[in-house]
Design a protein around this ligand. Structure first.
Ligand code: ATP
Ligand code: MG
Length: 420
């Protein structure tokens, strides 16, 4: 039997209600802050990711789905959205003394080891802002995500923030880190030894328990911050304080991608085990120029929808609203003929109505069982007797209220009082 590809999962109808709630709410919050949607290709030239994300990152080193196009070009399924968004902004001239608040959504691809909350195809909603250099926009992004969590009823996320400083400050710090870890090389695991010269900051990101004390004692980037980055960071902290957003400053938060500078942040949960990060981002003022555009400050984040959907499923906060309002049961020939017309009339009259019409025949009892299973509140019963009288019986499936019968012409009015 042909099966799905490892790490690439189907999202089944019973999960979709959470996804739709998540996507719908995210769109509403982002648009409420003036962010505009952009849709980007799933495939880009490999070179784009190598340049943007950094050759010595996990993603580029070992996680990309790269293949030769039929004409020999090297293409890659996007592992993240920022590089493509920057590419598009440059290509369409969005960056010439303009500011833009953009968002996008869709699947990303990374050849990682699949496990709970970690897939090879996964969905992100991402935001990128171009043209603002100050901490005010960093704060806006964080406040916006905090609002989204509140709207979704996800109340137990922790916000960690850090500043990576300027490129210059990072270069100086990098030298010191290499000296420190070289002096303790026997304590490094294989991955870290490999990163020691290529990308020493990433060693700080290691989750290996055996290395934690060594990492804890490593020199801190915060001691190397340039004055401007320091001012930027403390202004951000002040804005978060003023808005009542709680955060932890985590000097070891460096993020996995090379392009960040100054502000980085991550929202995490304890509820998903090792895959606890649900949203992460930061400032990347150097990237636009690095990809060939004119220097433009930029900041963004991306959230992982599988992990957020998993939290929603646990909360069950999104449940309301997906079941049908009513289930139409018909018994008898005349009734069956009428039922389709009646259902269409109801849908015309009530665009928000979720109505299931029983299909596939069967007796009254068995149809009522289907009605109950559907989660509907009402069974609308159309038997030959009702059909002859132009009436319909309404049975409450969830409440202890007596069945009623009414003229079919009154049904839309009745239902309109019960759909929200
Ligand atoms: P992690 O530390 O979990 O590997 P990351 O730092 O690689 O995350 P980013 O590249 O910043 O993640 O992507 C932003 C968000 O996308 C993450 O916080 C996470 O919620 C989600 N995400 C990243 N990789 C995966 C994956 N393989 N499967 C599911 N979600 C993912
Ligand atoms: Mg990762």
């Amino acid at each position: 039997m042909i099966q799905s590809i490892r790490g690439m999962k189907d999202i089944l109808p019973q999960e979709m209600r959470y996804w739709r709630h998540l996507e719908h709410t995210a769109r509403a919050v982002l648009e409420g802050y003036g962010y505009r949607e952009i849709r980007l290709p799933i495939v880009e030239q490999t070179e784009l990711f190598a340049r943007a994300i950094g050759a010595a990152t996990d993603i580029v080193e070992k996680e990309m789905y790269t293949f030769a196009d039929r004409n020999g070009d090297s293409l890659t399924l996007r592992p993240e959205g920022t590089a493509g968004c920057v590419r598009a902004a440059i290509e369409h001239g969005l960056l010439h003394n303009q500011t833009h608040r953009l968002w996008y959504g869709g699947p990303m691809f990374r050849h990682e080891r699949p496990q709970k909350g970690r897939y090879r195809q996964f969905y992100q909603i991402g935001v990128e802002v171009f043209g603002y250099a100050g901490p005010d926009i960093d704060a806006e992004l964080i406040l916006m995500t905090a609002r989204l969590w509140r709207r979704l009823g996800i109340n137990d996320l922790t916000l960690q923030i850090n500043s990576l400083g300027s490129a210059g400050a990072r270069a100086a710090y990098r030298g010191e880190l290499v000296r420190y870890f070289s002096a303790h090389e026997t304590g490094l695991d294989e991955d870290s030894r490999r990163r020691l010269h290529a990308n020493p900051l990433r060693i700080l990101d290691s989750k290996n328990p055996a290395m934690q004390s060594l990492i804890e004692a490593a020199p801190r980037l915060s001691n190397h911050l340039d004055a401007e980055s320091q001012a930027h960071f403390s202004a951000l902290c002040k804005q978060l304080d003023a808005a009542g957003v709680r955060y932890q400053i985590n000097p070891r938060l460096v993020r996995g991608l090379d392009y960040y500078n100054r502000t980085v942040f991550e929202w995490t949960t304890e509820r998903l085990g090792a895959q606890g990060a649900v949203c992460a981002g930061g400032r990347y003022d150097g990237l636009v120029e690095q990809i060939g555009g004119r220097a433009t400050p930029a900041v963004g984040f991306a959230m992982g929808l599988e992990r957020l959907a998993a939290l929603l499923m646990e909360n069950d906060a999104a449940l309301q609203g997906a079941e049908p309002h009513a289930y139409l049961v018909t018994v008898g020939e005349a009734a069956e003929r009428q039922s389709v017309i009646l259902a269409e009339q109801l849908r015309d009259a009530l665009p928000a109505l979720r109505l299931l019409v029983h299909c596939g025949g069967g007796g009254f009892k068995s149809q009522l069982k289907h009605a109950d299973k559907s989660g509907a509140r009402f069974a609308l019963i159309l038997g030959d007797e009702e059909a002859a009288a132009g009436e319909i019986s309404v049975k409450y499936l969830r409440e202890d209220i007596m069945q009623t019968r009414m003229p079919q012409a009154k049904l839309a009015g009745f239902l309109s009082l019960h759909i929200t």
